[in-house]
Design a protein around this ligand. Structure first.
Ligand SMILES: *Cc1c(COP(=O)(O)O)cnc(C)c1O
Length: 358
C-alpha cells in the first residue's frame, strides 16, 4: 500500500537517547531543555530570529488572531486546509474569501483590495504546498489599508524566498510539525515573528497568560510543545537534508514523466527555493481525476484530493463565490511523495497515470 505521504521515523535508538535526557531530569513538559534546544536548532536551520514551539499547527493560527487583536473580517484563501478558515471562525471573526491564482494556487493578490471593507482587520493567507504568496504585493496592500498579515506556513518548512526564510514575511507566520508534514514532531507546530513585542504577547498567550508563577499578563491558552515532541523533532532534524534530496528526486521523475501530458504541475513563484512538500497535479476535468484515482486505488495506491472541498463551501461560513478555487479543488490531486527512493511503487504510479490519460 502506498499512501500520499509516509512519516519519516528516525532510528528508534536515536529518539530514545534524546528521550533519556528527559528521563534524567524527570521533566517532560513546561519548556524543558529539549523544547529550547529544538527552538535553537530550528532558528539556525531556518534562518529566523524568533520561534515559539507549539503543540500543533492550528493553535498558532488562533493565537496569532488573538495576539494581533483582530476582529470583524479577515481576508483569506478558500484553497487551504480547513484549519486556516476554522481558526478565523473559532476566534469570532468572519472569513472573507478572495479567489486564488490558477497557476500559483495562492491567494490572488490583485483581488484583495476589492474585498476590503471598513470591517477588515487582516489578511490570513497560505503558502500553499510551500509555494510563497506574493508577499510584496500583500504587504503593500496591508500597509496602505492598515491591515495585519498572517501567513499559514504549515507547508512551508525550509522554503526561502528571495534568499531568506519565508517565515520572515508578514507580521507573523505559523508552521505545522504534524506527522504528515515535511518536518515533524508527531504533532507540533510553531509561531514566527521578528517583533519582540509580538513575540512576548504570543508567549504568554501560549502558556495560560502566565507571567511567572503567581501573576498573569492577560488571557491565555495552553499551546505548549512538550519534551517528547521536541525529542522527535531533534531526532528528525539531522535527516532533513537527506529527506529533501530523496523527495527532490521523486519530484524530478514525476516532472519528466508528465512533461508532455495534459496534467498541470504547480507553478512555483520565481526566487523560491522550494521544499518538495507535495506533488499536486491539476487535471482538465474532474472525471479524469476520478478515473486516475480509481485506477490507483485499485492497485492500493492512495493519492489525496488536497484541497477538497474549497473552503468557501464549509457549512459554517457565509456562502461566497470563488470559482477558480472551486474549479481547481475539483480537479487537483496530490500524488504520493515522501522520503525514500524512486522504487517500483513510484514507477507504477507514473505508468497508471499515463495509461489512464493517453
Ligand atoms: C496541516 C495544516 C494545518 C494544521 O496543522 P496541525 O499541526 O495539523 O494542527 C494548518 N494549515 C494548513 C495549510 C495545513 O496543511
Amino acid at each position: 500500500m502506498i499512501q500520499v505521504t509516509k512519516t519519516f521515523l528516525p532510528p528508534q535508538e536515536e529518539y530514545q537517547a534524546i528521550l533519556q535526557r528527559a528521563w534524567n531530569t524527570n521533566w517532560i513538559t513546561n519548556r524543558g531543555v529539549l523544547v529550547k534546544e529544538l527552538e535553537g536548532a530550528l532558528k539556525n536551520y531556518l534562518g529566523i530570529s524568533k520561534i515559539l514551539a507549539t503543540a500543533n499547527g492550528t493553535l498558532p493560527l488562533q493565537i496569532a488572531i488573538k495576539a494581533l487583536g483582530l476582529t470583524g473580517e479577515i481576508i483569506t484563501t478558500p484553497f487551504s486546509y480547513v484549519a486556516t478558515t476554522s481558526s478565523i471562525v473559532w476566534e469570532g471573526c468572519s472569513p472573507v474569501f478572495v479567489d486564488i491564482h490558477p497557476d500559483y494556487l495562492t491567494i490572488d493578490e490583485t483581488k484583495i483590495e476589492a474585498a476590503i471593507t471598513p470591517k477588515t482587520t487582516a489578511i490570513l493567507a497560505t503558502h500553499v504546498f510551500g509555494n510563497p504568496c506574493h508577499v510584496e504585493a500583500i504587504q503593500a496592500i496591508a500597509d496602505a489599508y492598515g491591515l495585519k498579515v498572517i501567513y499559514d506556513g504549515a507547508h512551508a518548512f525550509g522554503v526561502t524566498y528571495k534568499g531568506q526564510s519565508i517565515f520572515n514575511y508578514g507580521d507573523l507566520s505559523t508552521c505545522s510539525f504534524h506527522a504528515t508534514k515535511l518536518f515533524h514532531t508527531g504533532e507540533g507546530g510553531a509561531l514566527f515573528t521578528n517583533s519582540e513585542a509580538l513575540y512576548n504577547t504570543l508567549f504568554y498567550h501560549h502558556n495560560f497568560g502566565h507571567q511567572g508563577q503567581e501573576s498573569f499578563q492577560g488571557l491565555g491558552i495552553n499551546a505548549k510543545m512538550n519534551e517528547l515532541q521536541a525529542a522527535m523533532g531533534l531526532a528528525v532534524l539531522p535527516y532533513i537534508e537527506g529527506i529533501l534530496e530523496t523527495r527532490c528526486n521523486i519530484v524530478r521523475a514525476y516532472n519528466v514523466a508528465f512533461k508532455d501530458m495534459i496534467l498541470k504541475p504547480l507553478k512555483l513563484r520565481v526566487d523560491t527555493q522550494w521544499n518538495y512538500s507535495y506533488y499536486p497535479v491539476i487535471f482538465e476535468t474532474e472525471a479524469q481525476l476520478l478515473n486516475v484515482k480509481l485506477a490507483l486505488n485499485a492497485k492500493h495506491i492512495y493519492p489525496r484530493r488536497y484541497f477538497y472541498p474549497s473552503l468557501n463551501n464549509l457549512p459554517y461560513v457565509t456562502k461566497q463565490n470563488t470559482p477558480i478555487s472551486e474549479s481547481i479543488s475539483n480537479r487537483i490531486l496530490c500524488l504520493p511523495l515522501f522520503h525514500g527512493h524512486l522504487d517500483d511503487g513510484m514507477t507504477k504510479i507514473i505508468e497508471i497515470v499515463k495509461a489512464k490519460l493517453c
